[in-house]
Design a protein around this ligand. Sequence first.
Ligand SMILES: [Mn+2]
Length: 325
Amino acid sequence: MLDQLQPFMELVDTRERFVVCCHVHPDGDAIGSLLAVGLTLRQRGKQVAMVCSDGVPSVYNFLEGIQWIETGWDGRFRPEAVICVDCAEKERIAAPPELWEASGAIMVNLDHHITNKGFGDINIIEPQACATGEVVYRLITEAGYAMDYAIALALYTAIATDTGFFRFESTSSFTLEVASSLVKNYGVEPFKVAEQVHEQKSFNSIRLLGEVLSRLQLTNGGKVAWTVLDQPLLTKYPVENEETESYVNYARSIEGVEIGILFKELKPNEVKVSWRSTAAVDVSQLAAHFGGGGHARAAGCSLTGPVDTVVQKVLDYVNQYYGVK
Ligand SMILES: [Mn+2]
């Protein structure tokens, strides 16, 4: 039984007005979990707003009910509860703080990040879960709420994207049981989700990938692979932000590499550093050194400064990690 399931069910039973939101720069798990929770509450006759101020990456437009997700908040009701999914820190919620600050709303924190300290009034945090979608699946089934195709599709997409389509270490037998149930009982078609997520890439994103891969460098005796995606490249090949999310996985996929790093210059003097690792290294700790966080195998942080300086700073720290003086 999930921790704090009872208070959550009580909340749903006794309140009418809910806002559901997720983290900034949403990924498939954030969007899928947000939608699954939102649709579940709607089905139970609640007034629901699904809010993501960063918008929905167009790759997820195939999800049923995706049109319910709003980028802004029009204040049409006073929320009694705000349910935040897949977000490890309150500061990273992609919604206006007025939703929970002055409203007196109860904050529900539904997540699977090990770095989540529990900022909610109700915290359902399962660090063992491969995705928040897996936590939401448990929530719905353990609470006895109804599931339908739209919810199942959202949950399958959340779980598939957060596990690299069932490749990452976080994939458990339970993960596969959940996926199996979503396919068997609700008609989700795995190949269609894979096709939507992986085979609808823009021409620019593939050409940009080519440039980024040609810049790959190996350091630390081949244990670290890193590359840079800077503003000149992003100007040459305009793409949506999330289209570059998977690039860093190529760095990790090289034989012998333990850490893959992508430096992305979001704007001048602002660099997002994405970390991926094999079982040899916990990159959430390396990212935490720079004020970031995430998971053991996938983490991120943001640094300010010129991209070359940031690269040097991070690689120096990686050298230290490997004991290079
Ligand atoms: Mn997640």
